[in-house]
Design a protein around this ligand. Structure first.
Ligand SMILES: *[C@@H]1O[C@H](CO)[C@@H](O)[C@H](O)[C@H]1NC(C)=O
Ligand SMILES: *[C@@H]1O[C@H](CO)[C@@H](O)[C@H](O)[C@H]1NC(C)=O
Length: 479
């Protein structure tokens, strides 16, 4: 067996004294210490980094800038307080790790509202017939909300656009931090749209990072939204991984530990019949396109997958995000027709929710935006189409209700919800803040708009409120 940068030599079996030989093989890969289970371990090469071992796989983590890893308390702290490792330990008794690799869907043991799966993922929940199933459309908008896109988003959700139950149509926003205007987010939340979480930094390669990094990105983002947009934490229950790269089991563990209800990051290759959302009690009922899907079971955690968009002729290619299909040389009517054909694969077959994921780009091309407006108006002329949020999809799936009873289906009603923030404020603070990106040796300025008072520094990983102290510590909500 190859050993990591420093070697632990242990003298007895259980109650053991380990002595460290300072042998450095700095280019050798880190190997998680045997018998010590999951947890954080000092990087022998530098005090600024540590490894997080999950099922013997080491994920490299970096302390926020300026901080060092304390190998006794196992977290990042100020340099002069950090006890750098590796510090020899007494191994805990060996415990068996449970075998919990997900198995194929077992419908006999999977019952709503807690569990939902079907053999190939295409079955309508609750035994409801297609004609009795509302066609849900979920428009999602990823990234920062700001002056580049806010007015365009507002136009989509024009007040006179209502679902068949006469309630205004709604959408879901998966927010990332940089360049985000938190006054605008507050306005969207006030209007009843769903606020979900992407990440703070949109860093690449997050799918291979550890638990601490995912907590920092996801929970940090939720804290920023709570603080600067006054959105209640318990209302932010949906998550989307940047670049649709789910974080293997790690990300889903964070979802489970911190009270999220669903993820919507898993892309699906073009399939003839679209897949319905499912819980992760069982194996994912389709191929994992990104290659980084969870493999364990996460009972009760929902996945709203992204079915590929495409048309029969493959004109425009296929895409999870609509702006990634190539429709740029089309006029608005072509775009409408393309969307109609794509949509009919859902509407005419199994009525799986039609997810329409967008980035800002879509709204920078007139023909695409106009085509979308035509599509929304056309879809709303159908008697059984509802534009809802990700959470509202789950409200329906956990209580499958036939079309004829939807007028009294509370979760889709117009009653103003508790827990929504105040409207946008007219006198929002426009804060110009110092920002030093991690690992950079320069400071730059970022702007942030909020109804709150301006923070000291630009909020970032480890410092959601922008205090400048980088001492955030997020604790799991044990259910
Ligand atoms: C946040 O929203 C709540 C409920 O609408 C309100 O009572 C409170 O004053 C708001 N806080 C801030 C800082 O705006
Ligand atoms: C730090 O800044 C200097 C000057 O701005 C630059 O030349 C240098 O490459 C930077 N170093 C790092 C590690 O980024």
């Amino acid at each position: 067996m190859k050993l990591p940068g420093s070697v632990l030599v242990c003298t007895a079996l259980l109650v053991t004294v380990c002595a460290e030989k300072s042998v450095k093989f700095s280019d050798e890969p880190f190997i998680c210490p045997e018998g010590q289970g999951n947890g954080n371990f000092a990087d022998p090469a530098t005090c600024k980094r540590f490894y997080q071992c999950v099922d013997s796989f080491p994920y490299l983590n970096r302390c926020p800038s300026g901080l060092h890893f304390d190998d006794i308390s196992k977290f990042c702290t100020f340099k002069n307080e950090a006890r750098c490792g590796p510090i020899p330990v007494t191994p805990a008794p060996i415990t068996e790790t449970p075998i919990d690799i997900a198995l194929k869907c077992d419908t006999a043991n999977c019952e709503l509202p807690y569990c939902f799966c079907s053999r190939d993922g295409t079955i309508i929940p609750g035994g409801i017939q297609r004609e009795e199933t509302p066609q849900m459309i979920v428009m999602t908008f990823d990234g920062a909300v700001n002056h580049n896109n806010f007015d365009h988003y507002q136009k989509i959700f024009a007040k006179d656009r209502v679902n068949p139950n006469n309630c205004p149509i709604k959408g879901t926003f998966f927010i990332s931090h940089e360049y985000c205007n938190y006054n605008m987010v507050q306005g969207l939340a006030h209007d009843g749209h769903e606020i979900g979480v992407e990440t703070i930094s949109l860093q690449k390669g997050l799918e291979d990072k550890g638990y601490e990094e995912w907590v920092g990105e996801m929970i940090g983002m939720r804290e920023i939204l709570k603080y600067f947009s006054n959105v209640t934490s318990s209302e932010m229950v949906g998550m989307r991984a940047p670049y649709l790269k789910p974080g293997r089991n790690t990300q889903y563990k964070v979802i489970e530990d911190f009270g999220f209800i669903y993820d919507s990051s898993i892309g699906i290759s073009p399939s003839k019949i679209p897949i319905w959302p499912y819980t992760l009690d069982y194996k994912i009922p389709h191929e994992c396109k990104a290659g980084t899907c969870p493999t364990k079971t996460f009972p009760g955690v929902w996945e709203l997958p992204l079915n590929a968009h495409y048309v029969e002729s493959y004109e425009g290619g296929h895409c999870p995000y609509l702006d990634q299909c190539v429709l740029h040389n089309h006029d608005a009517d072509d775009v409408l027709e393309w969307l109609q054909e794509d949509f009919s694969r859902y509407y005419d077959q199994n009525r799986a929710p039609y997810m329409m994921p967008f980035h800002t780009n879509w709204f920078q091309i007139k023909e695409l935006e106009q085509g979308l407006h035509k599509f929304v108006d056309w879809a709303l002329s159908l008697p059984d189409v509802y534009f809802v949020t990700g959470t509202q999809v789950l409200n329906w799936m956990t209580d499958p209700t036939p079309l004829k009873n939807l007028n009294t289906f509370d979760a889709w009603g117009c009653k103003k919800r508790d827990n929504v923030p105040e409207p946008m404020c007219n006198n929002a603070n426009k804060c110009a803040l110092d920002f030093k990106p991690a690992e950079a040796n320069f400071t730059t300025t970022r702007y942030l708009e909020t109804c709150r008072e301006c923070p000291n520094k630009y909020p970032w990983l480890g410092d959601a409120e922008g205090t400048g102290l980088f001492n955030d510590n997020y604790n799991p909500e044990r259910k």
